[in-house]
Design a protein around this ligand. Structure first.
Ligand code: 6PG
Length: 526
C-alpha cells in the first residue's frame, strides 16, 4: 500500500499555522502523532475531509462541523476555500487545504473523505487524484447523485487498491444538507461502523432521535435507493401539478385559493414536504409586478436525469413503473413549448366544463391524489425489490421507508405507514396488497375514476393520475388480454405461447394459417 508518511509530515507542517519544527525522529507516523499531540495542543487532525464546496458540499461541511467534528475542506478552485473560511466557515472547526495531498495529510486515520462534486467524470477524476494519497483502510464517500452502475464500478476499482468505498444518496436539497438530510449509504459494509457516527449525527431525525440514515446495502445499493427516491419525487411532483391544473383550469381558482386547499391538505394524509412547499409557492407574490409568482413562471420543466435513470432501470428489469416514466415524459412534453403553443391553435379539444364545482370535487381530488400517490410508491418499492434480486442486495424496505420519513424531498407522513407495512411483512410483494393500503385504495378508487373522467371530458391532461388508475386496474385484473398478444406474436413470428390447461413453462406453437411450418422460434424472455 502507499506509504506517504514523510510527505504527510511535511505537508501538514505547511498547512497548520504556527507549527513548531517537528522533532528529528518525526519521520515515523506514530512519533509524529505523539509530537503533535504532546507538544502542540493547537494541532488537530480533521475527523473528516470534504472535497467540493458547491452549495451542497458547503452546507454539508457546515452540518458536519456543527455536530462536533473537525472538517478539512478542499475545492479545485482554491479561492473558494478561502472565501468559505472567511465567510460561513469563519471561527469554526475547519481546516482549509489547497491541494488533495494537503487534504489527505491532515485527516485522522482511517481517513474519511466525502466527495461532493458533479456526478460523472469529475468523480472518477477526483478518485484517481486522491488514491495515491490514501492508505489501506481509508474510506472514500461519494455523496453526489451518482449512477448506481458507476458506484458498483468504483467500489470494485478502489477496493482493488485497498480503499473502502461508500456511495451514498443524500437528499434534502440545500436546506437539508445544512440542517439534516436523508442519507442512504451503500458500498463496503466494513466502512459503516467508521462513518456511521458522522453520517447519523448529521442526518434528519424522526420520532425525536431516530436518524434518517441507515446502511442500505452493498456497492451501488445506496445510490440505487436514492435514484428510486428521485423517480418517486418526479411522480409526486407531477401528481401535485395535475391537481393544481384541475383546480386552476377546471375550477378557475386563483393561486391564493389553491394555496388554501394545499395548506389544508397538508394537515391530512397527504401531509408532505412537497405539498407544503406547493402551498407556499402558490402564496408567493412577485415583488416587481405584484402578481402571483407562479403565474409568471414559464411552463417548461427541466430535469437532471435521475428520473430517466429510474425509468430505464424499470425497463431493464421489466418492472412496471408507468407513473415514474410518465412523469419523465410529461417533463419532456412540457419542453416542447413552441410546438404546444402552435398546436393549441390548430387542434381542438373539449368544450365541456367540470360539472361539479363544489367542495365535493375538491375532496374527491384529494382522494384521487392520495390513491395515485400510493400507486406510485407501490411501483417504486416494487422496483427496489426486483433490483435487490438482480444485484444481490439485502434491502430492508421498512428501513428505506424510514430513511425517507425525514430530511428528503419526498418526506411524507404516510411513509410511517409504509414502514409499518414492510416491517410487518418484509416479503410484501406490492404495497397495494398491504391491508392498510388496500383499504385506502378500495375506498378512494371511485374518486380517482370520477376525477379521471372529469378531466378526460374537459380535455385537461391528467397523465399520471390516469396512469395510476390504469396501473391499479391492470394490477388487480386476473385475466389481461395478453393471451391475444401472445397469439399475435405466435401468428406472425412463431414466438410460442403457454396454455392455461398446461403447466407453466411449456410452450406451444399453432400453425395459424395452415401455411406456416411447425417450427417455432425460441421462447426466451428479456
Ligand atoms: C434531492 C433531490 C435532488 C435532485 C434535484 C434535481 O433528493 O435532494 O432529488 O437530488 O437532484 O432535485 O432533480 P431534477 O433536476 O432532475 O428535477
Amino acid at each position: 500500500m502507499i506509504n506517504r508518511k514523510e510527505k504527510e509530515v511535511q505537508t501538514v507542517l505547511e498547512v497548520v499555522i504556527a507549527e513548531p519544527d517537528p522533532p528529528e525522529e518525526a519521520d515515523e507516523e506514530d512519533n509524529y502523532k505523539e509530537y503533535k499531540m504532546g507538544e502542540d495542543k493547537n494541532f488537530q487532525r480533521a475527523d473528516i475531509g470534504l472535497i467540493g464546496l458547491a452549495v451542497m458540499g458547503e452546507n454539508l461541511a457546515l452540518n458536519i462541523e456543527k455536530n462536533g467534528f473537525c472538517v478539512a475542506v478542499y475545492n479545485r478552485t482554491t479561492q473558494k476555500v478561502d472565501n468559505f473560511l472567511q465567510s460561513r466557515g469563519i471561527n469554526k472547526n475547519f481546516i482549509g487545504t489547497k491541494t488533495v495531498e494537503e487534504l489527505c495529510s491532515v485527516l485522522a486515520k482511517p481517513r474519511k473523505l466525502i466527495i461532493m462534486v458533479k456526478a460523472g467524470n469529475p468523480i472518477d477524476q477526483f478518485i484517481d487524484q486522491v488514491l495515491p494519497c490514501l492508505d489501506e483502510g481509508d474510506i472514500l464517500i461519494d455523496g453526489g447523485n451518482s449512477h448506481y452502475l458507476d458506484t458498483i464500478r468504483r467500489t470494485k476499482y478502489v477496493n482493488e487498491k485497498g480503499i473502502l468505498f461508500v456511495g451514498t444518496g443524500i437528499s434534502g436539497g440545500e436546506e437539508g444538507a445544512l440542517n439534516g438530510p436523508s442519507i442512504m449509504p451503500g458500498g463496503n459494509e466494513d466502512a459503516w461502523s467508521v462513518v456511521k457516527p458522522v453520517l447519523q449525527s448529521i442526518a434528519a431525525k424522526v420520532d425525536g432521535d431516530v436518524p434518517c440514515c441507515e446502511w442500505v446495502g452493498n456497492d451501488g445499493a445506496g445510490h440505487y435507493v436514492k435514484m428510486v427516491h428521485n423517480g418517486i419525487e418526479y411522480s409526486d411532483m407531477q401528481l401535485i401539478c395535475e391537481a393544481y391544473q384541475l383546480l386552476k383550469s377546471g375550477l378557475n381558482l386563483s393561486p391564493g385559493e389553491i394555496h388554501e386547499i394545499f395548506k389544508s391538505w397538508n394537515s391530512g394524509p397527504l401531509n408532505s414536504y412537497l405539498i407544503e412547499i406547493t402551498s407556499e409557492i402558490l402564496d408567493h407574490t412577485d415583488e416587481k409586478t405584484g402578481e402571483a409568482t407562479i403565474d409568471l413562471i414559464l411552463d417548461v420543466a427541466g430535469q437532471k436525469g435521475t428520473g430517466k435513470w429510474t425509468g430505464i432501470s424499470g425497463l431493464e428489469l421489466g418492472v412496471p413503473i408507468p407513473q415514474i416514466v410518465q412523469a419523465v415524459f410529461t417533463r419532456c412534453l412540457s419542453a416542447l413549448k413552441s410546438e404546444r403553443v402552435y398546436a393549441s391553435a390548430v387542434l381542438s379539444g373539449s368544450n365541456q366544463k367540470i360539472s361539479d364545482q363544489s367542495d365535493k370535487f375538491i375532496n374527491k381530488l384529494h382522494n384521487a391524489l392520495y390513491a395515485s400517490k400510493i400507486c406510485s410508491y407501490a411501483q417504486g418499492f416494487q422496483l427496489l425489490k426486483f433490483a435487490a434480486e438482480e444485484f444481490d442486495w439485502d434491502l430492508n424496505y421498512g428501513d428505506i421507508a424510514l430513511l425517507w420519513r425525514g430530511g428528503c424531498i419526498i418526506r411524507a407522513g404516510f411513509l410511517k405507514n409504509i414502514k409499518e407495512a414492510f416491517d410487518s411483512k418484509s416479503d410484501l410483494t406490492n404495497l397495494l396488497l398491504d391491508p392498510y393500503f388496500a383499504k385506502i385504495m378500495i375506498d378512494t378508487q371511485d374518486d380517482l375514476r370520477y376525477i379521471a373522467k372529469q378531466a378526460i371530458d374537459c380535455g385537461i391532461p391528467l397523465p399520471s393520475m390516469t396512469s395510476a388508475l390504469n396501473y391499479y386496474d391492470a394490477y388487480r385484473c386476473a385475466r389481461l388480454p395478453a393471451n391475444l398478444l401472445q397469439a399475435q406474436r405466435d401468428y406472425f413470428g412463431a414466438h410460442t405461447y403457454e396454455r392455461i390447461d398446461k403447466e407453466r413453462g411449456e410452450f406451444f406453437h399453432t400453425n395459424w394459417t395452415g401455411q406456416g411450418g411447425e417450427t417455432a422460434s425460441s421462447s426466451y424472455n428479456v
